[in-house]
Design a protein. Structure first.
Length: 630
């Protein structure tokens, strides 16, 4: 007998261990006779011992993951010829008879590699396991099946990681080239609605050429495999109808989904006649079966990621109101920007909701569970702003009686919003630049650098380019801030949103003021739509709040709106001659009602059908109070 172990899978694949002594210990530590450096192997995993009759048994040494013989867990097991031992990720073939020994290692060559209890020298060119033809001839049928099963196991494990179709195809070809004598391999995919299959990946054994088009493959075989859903193994002379020129052997197997639909094919060929046999076709079919599930998962994952992106866009967390085209574009950009960590600069006129955009970015980002900290850079002096941003140590300046945590500290893990960033004094711009570049800062009066795990979102209504030309803004800070730039549209460019915004502000302010059921009449809506709103959304909100405070009815009338809104609306919506005629007619109506009522404000309002407060505002707007009280 010539007992030995052949490692057919795992870190030591290709090595042979002669069992010369009475025992062989196997484990992860270096003091074992056979060290398997894998976390799935215990420090002292198992041992092989020689029994009294000369045969060997395997004994589990209380290992964490167990010992398997022929895929069955064992505690102690007497080994027979061709038994397979699985220890962690390693697979070892136990051989006993002398005929196998002579086939595995001819007398002219020493037995390869790792020998327990002895030393063997061997040239690399003499190693049996680098010659696949000799190795296949030397191994018994069971050993080849075991090796193929191990290839399938490794492939199924490796194919759990790739996330795209192309990555799955590349992993499949890597394992197929290791196990099959093919000179070229390709994975082709059926695209929906496309007649010709797409080559996901193509590999050659020597890497000298690539497979990029179908002319290099046998079209008839591809068509037959796809149509009949069978694997084909073909032998023929170069140039026959079964193969492309210079190809003598080829294999092709289908990639099928769970209901039998052909997803694609795996194709391999060789210029050498007799390169493949039936077992090669079976192994390629097994690899295709393993890869089919991975390809379906990658396709489903791609669909899910796209669906998640669409859902995030549709369900973006924000407090902004609007359905106009400019707002839809802005919300789409916010959903894309939110998932990144890049610095964002929000530009727009005053009152367009820049802070709401910053909050939406934060609430839809991976930092949503952490703090959103806002700093208005225009409201603080230089000294206070520095302390507010960076914090200070105790005794850093007069009045610093204790350490103060700055906004950068408070925003750790979250988002820091710098409103009116163009107002930061030049002396502080260098410190802010360091935060953006190095992601660290120091407190005022401190010496220790603190890591800044914050995302910076800045906003401004200033012309920053003009500020750079004027010397009040550092150019390098400007470029650091504008990694991604968003523009908030002014209200005059999104007039379709004005009715929605008006209803929103009515609801918000009505709850705060304790009023219910207030609405905006059509005439007032027309005035709101016609006004240019130089103060944007903020001005609209203030106008609605004023109308709710001053209005006496549950319906906001045009007279309840600010004078500038009415005048601006009339100026924007009416021709000048018609406007003058309308104003003159209003004056006449008020003056006639005043005379009829006997110069009484309450009676005049009743005659006109309006509230007395609305009458006073109308009199002021028309400029006729002096004529009434003369």
């Amino acid at each position: 007998m010539n007992p030995r172990l052949i490692v057919i899978g795992g870190p030591l694949e290709g090595q042979t261990i002669l069992l010369c002594g009475e025992r062989l210990t196997i484990g992860r530590r270096v003091d074992n006779d056979l060290q398997l450096a894998s976390l799935e192997v215990s420090r002292h995993h198992c041992k092989l011992r020689r029994d009294e009759d000369g045969h060997f048994s395997v004994v589990d040494l209380e290992s964490r993951h167990g010992v398997f013989v022929n895929n069955r867990p064992v505690r102690t097991r007497r080994l027979a010829h061709s038994d397979l031992l699985t220890i962690g990720t390693s697979v070892l073939l136990f051989l006993l008879d002398d005929s196998s020994a002579s086939a595995a290692a001819p007398p002219s060559l020493p037995t390869p590699s790792f020998v327990a209890g002895s030393t063997v020298a061997m040239k690399p060119s003499e190693i049996l396991y680098f010659d696949r033809d000799r190795l296949d001839a030397s191994l018994p049928a069971k050993a080849r099946i075991a090796r193929d099963l191990h290839t399938l196991l490794r492939a199924s494990t490796a194919l759990q990681g790739p996330r795209t179709l192309e990555q799955v195809a590349e992993h499949l070809l890597t394992h197929a080239l290791e196990a099959l004598p093919a000179e070229r391999l390709a994975v082709l995919w059926h695209e929906v609605g496309v007649e010709e299959m797409r080559i996901l990946a193509g590999r050659t054994r020597n890497g000298a050429e690539s497979i990029a088009n179908h002319q290099l493959l046998s079209a008839s075989v591809l068509e037959q495999v796809s149509r009949e859903k069978v694997g084909l193994f073909c032998e023929g002379a170069p140039g026959t109808n079964l193969s492309t020129p210079d190809v003598s052997s080829l294999m092709c197997v289908p990639l099928l989904d769970h209901d039998g639909t052909v997803l694609g094919v795996v194709y391999g060929d060789s210029r050498t006649a007799g390169a493949f046999d039936k077992q090669h076709l079976e192994l390629l079919g097994g690899l295709a079966g393993v890869a089919s599930l991975a390809l379906q998962n990658a396709l489903h994952l791609h669909w899910l990621e796209g669906e998640n992106r669409r859902l995030r866009e549709d369900q973006l967390e924000h407090d902004m109101v609007g359905e106009s085209a400019p707002m839809r574009r802005l919300l789409h950009l916010i959903s894309r920007v939110a998932q990144a960590e890049s610095t964002v600069l929000i530009r727009g006129e005053s009152g367009t909701g820049k802070e709401l955009v910053a909050q939406a970015i934060h609430r839809s980002s991976p930092r949503a569970e952490k703090a959103f900290v806002a700093v208005n850079c225009a409201t603080l002096s230089e000294t206070l702003l520095e302390s507010e941003l960076f914090g200070h140590e105790k005794g850093a300046f007069t009045g610093a009686v204790e350490r103060k945590i700055g906004k950068l500290d408070a925003a750790q893990g979250g988002t820091l919003f710098l409103d009116e960033v163009g107002e930061i004094p030049p002396t502080l711009q260098a410190r802010l630049l360091r935060v953006l570049q190095e992601r660290e800062f120091q407190r005022v009066g401190g010496t220790r650098s603190i890591r800044a795990d914050v995302r910076v979102v800045a906003a401004t209504n200033r012309d920053l380019e003009a500020a750079i030309r004027g010397g009040s803004l550092r150019q390098d800070l400007y470029y650091r801030l504008r990694v991604i730039t968003l523009e908030t549209p002014p209200l005059r460019t999104r007039r379709d949103d004005i009715p929605l915004l008006a209803s929103h502000f009515v609801a918000v302010h009505s709850r705060r003021l304790g009023r219910r059921g207030v609405a905006v009449c059509q005439a007032a809506r027309r005035c709101l739509m016609a006004y240019p709103w130089p103060g944007n959304v903020r001005e609209l909100g203030n106008a609605i709040e004023r109308a709710l405070v001053l209005g006496e009815t549950d319906v906001i009338q045009p007279e309840d709106l600010p004078d500038e809104v009415l005048e601006g609306a009339e100026g924007n919506s009416l021709p000048s001659d018609f406007q003058a005629a309308l104003v003159a007619y209003k004056k006449k109506l008020v003056l006639d009602a005043w005379q009829t009522s006997g110069n009484d404000y309450g009676a005049t309002a009743d005659l006109l059908g309006i509230h007395v407060n609305s009458l006073h505002r109308m009199i002021s707007r028309l400029g006729i109070r002096d004529r009434l009280e003369a």
